[in-house]
Design a protein around this ligand. Structure first.
Ligand code: AMP
Ligand code: TRP
Length: 334
């Protein structure tokens, strides 16, 4: 059976791009694959944050994943830091990666540019090695992620292949599983449609958060930036020339299981497209929010799911870590 693994950071407010780009695939894959999903709390330490907030955000994210449709009977849901093999194997992969290739990663360049390289955490530079460890520990065949993770997945493949080449066949080399164009792999900011929608965005009006109420969702989508085109084919899918309109088409197409071109054929004006997109998003999120409220009232049962998930994840990950340590020449303990 195909093995899949993916992770999501507990920092920031989960947003529509997380759902359409990643979580939707996670939910679907539970039926066809042996699926491992984790809340990657260690990744959150790469940028400044508050300890109590991290703790509660980790619980919130795990609860939300269950509310969105992850079923502990059909997947293994766990918290990354509950499985020590992640940090163990991250070190082996940090000693497989080179400083030059880590420094060239887009995310490092973007994030370290903000506060300057001097102040950026070393963990931020090393982060892709930890992500690679998350993946190879489970012998994952496929990794369902949004388009922005493409480069990290390529690096994971490179590191797994290099390790295998140096020390003998140890890790499975995984493939990314990214939604096709126009199917939610890259949801853009509603106010700045050339920039991806993001949890940590300083553009709350351009971001639909999964916890937004219907009024806010409608307002944000109705005010989404489009363009001044009012010709007969103003509503068409053309991400380069019409990024705002194409983003709405992408969102509505993904939710309704059509292509953006099929959706576009039903509209001549932006108003009705926005109204239908807003209703589709509200209908998508309302039941998730309702289930979230129920589950959040019983944190003990979420904690139980996470305990069982960590136990199962540990069994798989500890075996891979032992294999990797032996391959690289670490003396087995007695
Ligand atoms: P993160 O919020 O960075 O932990 O991302 C969790 C998952 O959501 C990853 O697979 C990302 O690729 C995906 N994701 C985040 N933002 C977007 C977006 N705007 N469009 C599509 N996928 C996204
Ligand atoms: N780096 C991913 C992100 O920011 C999150 C992540 C961490 C991940 N480890 C992973 C995704 C392993 C897939 C597989 O979105």
């Amino acid at each position: 059976m195909t093995r899949v693994l993916s992770g999501i950071q507990p920092t920031g407010q989960p947003q529509l791009g997380n759902y359409l780009g990643a979580l939707r695939s996670w939910i679907a894959l539970q039926d066809s694959a042996d699926a491992f999903y984790c809340v990657v709390d260690l990744h959150a330490l790469t940028v400044p944050g508050d300890a109590a907030e991290l703790r509660s955000a980790t619980m919130t994210m795990a609860t939300l994943l269950l509310a969105a449709g992850l079923d502990p009977d059909r997947c293994t849901l766990f918290v990354q830091s509950h499985v020590p093999a992640h940090t163990q194997v991250a070190w082996l992969l940090e000693c497989t990666a080179s400083f030059g290739e880590m420094r060239r990663m887009t995310q490092w360049k973007d994030k370290s540019a903000k506060g300057g390289e001097e102040a950026a955490r070393l963990g931020l530079l090393a982060y892709p090695a930890l992500m690679a460890a998350d993946i190879v520990l489970y012998d994952a065949d496929r990794v369902p992620v949004g388009d922005d993770q493409r480069q990290h997945l390529e690096l994971t493949r490179t590191l797994a292949e290099r390790f295998n080449h140096r020390y003998g066949q140890t890790f499975k080399v995984p493939d990314a599983l990214i939604p096709a164009r126009g199917q939610g792999g890259r949801v853009m900011d509603l106010q700045e449609p050339t920039r991806k929608m993001s949890k940590s965005s300083d553009s709350p009006q351009g971001t639909v958060f999964l916890f937004d109420d219907p009024k806010d969702i409608e307002r944000k989508i109705k005010r989404a930036v489009t363009d001044a085109d009012d010709g007969p084919d103003a509503v068409r899918y053309d991400p380069a020339a019409k990024p705002g309109v194409s983003n709405l088409l992408d969102i509505l197409a993904t939710i309704t299981g059509r292509t953006p071109d099929q959706v576009a054929a039903g509209y001549t004006r932006y108003g009705p497209l926005k109204a239908d997109t807003a209703s589709a998003v509200v209908e998508l999120l309302a039941p998730i929010q309702a289930r979230y409220r129920e589950l959040a009232s019983d944190p003990a049962s979420v904690a139980k799911v996470l305990r069982a998930g960590a136990e199962r994840a540990n069994e798989v990950a500890a075996a891979t870590a032992a294999r990797a340590e032996a391959a690289i020449g670490l003396l087995p303990p007695g």
